[in-house]
Design a binder for this molecule. Structure first.
Ligand code: GDP
Ligand code: CA
Length: 301
């Protein structure tokens, strides 16, 4: 069974790990969000792609949820001492990857090609593709003004309520994205933040059109457990922008694009426009992630 997974960082990466332990990793294509990408200290950083790569390579920091295990922060310490930009946390090990990626991008290699190369070097067997090679950036509109994604998320600690999200840039799907969607037996939307992890992918017209025209099931996994985000601002964003944190509010984010929504046992019942699949969705360890992936695949079969 070939699966195309639309994914953000932490929640998406956790789910991707379960998926590649449930089926042959070579049958999995992860299409990653790049709306959070940024330039820091002259380096091209792709936080969501990196969370996916590190997790699939078994290098991720389980507790922190992002970055590498056993990380040290010497370089950033020096940046601070020298009065440089230190608001975005880049660890020493992580920096090595950003150096390689930045050099390749400057030499004209597309992001998708660099990402494939990094994945191979890290021993990742699944395909990991950025949604686009073009510049696509998420902007957040708040009562305090509009902010580039990471300025809102990291620098301001996502404390501002969100009135809207916008995606800036004319983007085409990266090579391999439409092929993966067309060749998949199932399309899965990871338990990622709908607004800032999945919508930037769906903002690419041809990707959205491919989902609308799908001939195979598309199943989304809710990132909420008991109406609360496991991590991050998804619940607050849903409450303010969708009017609530029930399964129906998550499903509404994907109207016309999904056939089923997987929700946690602790989430409220109620009318849903798509099939509801109830299971335990908290990915406490790899076993839990795999069981969740198996349930999703069962729903798509
Ligand atoms: P980001 O790009 O790093 O913010 O990551 P994602 O958007 O992929 O993931 C963030 C979302 O993952 C949050 O809304 C969390 O609620 C959700 N999430 C994290 N862990 C779990 C989990 O174990 N189960 C479920 N259902 N959602 C999770
Ligand atoms: Ca992200």
């Amino acid at each position: 069974m070939k699966v195309a997974l639309l994914s953000g960082g932490v929640g998406g990466a956790r789910f991707a790990c379960g998926l590649v332990s449930a089926i042959d990793p070579e049958d999995v294509t992860v299409i990653g969000n790049v709306g959070d990408d940024l330039d820091v200290l002259g380096l091209a950083v792709s936080p969501d792609l990196d969370s996916i790569l590190y997790a699939l390579a078994g290098l991720h920091d389980e507790e922190r949820g992002w970055g590498r295990a056993g990380e040290t922060w010497e370089a950033l310490g020096t940046v601070s001492e020298l009065g440089g930009d230190d608001w975005f946390r880049l660890g020493d090990r992580d920096l090595g990857l950003h150096l390689v990626r930045t050099e390749a991008l400057r030499a004209g290699e597309p992001l998708s090609a660099v990402t494939a190369r990094l994945a191979r070097a890290l021993g990742v067997e699944a395909a990991v593709i950025p949604a686009t090679d073009d510049r696509l950036r998420t902007w957040i509109d708040t009562p305090a003004g509009s902010f580039a994604f990471q300025e809102w998320f990291v620098a301001r600690g996502h404390r501002d309520e969100v009135d809207g999200v916008r995606f800036v840039g004319d983007a085409e799907p990266a090579p391999g994205v439409l092929e993966a969607l067309a060749g998949a037996d199932a399309i899965v939307i990871a338990p990622s933040n709908p607004y800032v992890s999945i919508w930037p992918i769906l903002a690419i017209g041809e990707i959205r059109a491919a989902l609308v025209a799908r001939r195979v099931p598309c199943v989304a996994v809710s990132p909420l457990v008991g109406g609360r985000a496991v991590k991050g601002p998804a619940d607050r964003m849903l409450a303010r922008m969708a009017g609530g944190t029930g399964p129906e509010h998550v499903a509404a984010c994907y109207a016309g694009l999904i056939d089923a929504l997987v929700v946690d046992e602790s989430d409220p019942a109620g009318q849903l426009a798509v099939r509801r699949i109830v299971t335990q969705t908290l990915m406490t360890d790899l076993d839990a992630s795999r069981r969740l992936a198996e349930t999703v695949l069962g729903a798509a079969a």
